[in-house]
Design a protein. Structure first.
Length: 209
C-alpha cells in the first residue's frame, strides 16, 4: 500500500512540470501607463525600466528590462486607439525610431532562466498612413511589422534560448522613416526535461511493488 501511495505521489510530481504553463509578461512602451499587471516602459532613453516584471497574474518573475541603445522618442499621441487585442493605454502610445535621429534601438532582457525557452511577440501601431515598417531581431531571427492603421497584427520570434547568464538581446530597426514599438509580450516556456529524474524514480517504485 505504501508503495502504491508513493507511486501515485511521484506520478503527480511527474505530470506537474509538463502541465505547468510559462509566465506571460506584457510590456507597454510609451508615456501613458497601463494599469493592472502591465509592466510600463515610459522613457525612450537608456536605463533599467523594469527591475522585476510581473506576469499577467501579478506574480513577480525576476525578469528585468533595460534599454541599452536609445529610441528616438516616447510619444503619447503617435500610437493607435481602438485596437482589438490590447487596451488603448498600451496601443495608443509608443516608442519611436526615426531617420532624423535614432533609427536603431536595443532592449536587453535579463534575469531569465537559461534552462527555459522564450517566445517574444511584438505589436506596433500608428494612426498615420503607410509606410511605417519596423524590424525586430533576436539573434539571427528577424520579423517585420507595418504599424500604420494596425489594429490587430503582431509578429513573434519563438524558441529563444537565453545566454548562460540569463540574457536575451532584442534589436529594433526602422525600415521606413519611422519605426514603432507599442507592446512586447514575453512568454516563458519551462523545460520539461526536469521531470526525467522523477520518471526514473517512479519506474523503480513500480518494479518494487
Amino acid at each position: 500500500m505504501k508503495k502504491m501511495l508513493l507511486a501515485g505521489a511521484l506520478a503527480t510530481l511527474l505530470i506537474a512540470p509538463f502541465a505547468a504553463s510559462g509566465a506571460l509578461v506584457q510590456f507597454d512602451f510609451g508615456p501613458t501607463p497601463s494599469p493592472m499587471n502591465w509592466n510600463n516602459v515610459l522613457s525612450y532613453t537608456a536605463g533599467v525600466y523594469v527591475s522585476s516584471a510581473v506576469d499577467t497574474n501579478g506574480l513577480a518573475t525576476g525578469m528585468q528590462l533595460a534599454i541599452i541603445s536609445n529610441f528616438y522618442e516616447s510619444s503619447a499621441s503617435e500610437g493607435l486607439a481602438g485596437g482589438t487585442i490590447y487596451p488603448d493605454s498600451a496601443s495608443g502610445d509608443c516608442l519611436r525610431l526615426s531617420a532624423a535621429g535614432e533609427g536603431h534601438a536595443e532592449i536587453l532582457m535579463s534575469g531569465l532562466n537559461p534552462a527555459w525557452s522564450y517566445s517574444f511577440t511584438f505589436y506596433a501601431a500608428s494612426h498615420r498612413d503607410p509606410d511605417r515598417r519596423t524590424t525586430y531581431t533576436i539573434g539571427t531571427n528577424s520579423v517585420q511589422l507595418e504599424a500604420a492603421h494596425n489594429y490587430s497584427n503582431t509578429v513573434s520570434i519563438s524558441s529563444v534560448s537565453p545566454t548562460a547568464g540569463g540574457e536575451i538581446l532584442v534589436n529594433i530597426d526602422r525600415i521606413d522613416y519611422w519605426g514603432y514599438l507599442n507592446v512586447m509580450e514575453v512568454d516563458a516556456i519551462p523545460e520539461p526535461l526536469a521531470a526525467v529524474p522523477l520518471l526514473l524514480l517512479l519506474a523503480w517504485v513500480v518494479r518494487q511493488a
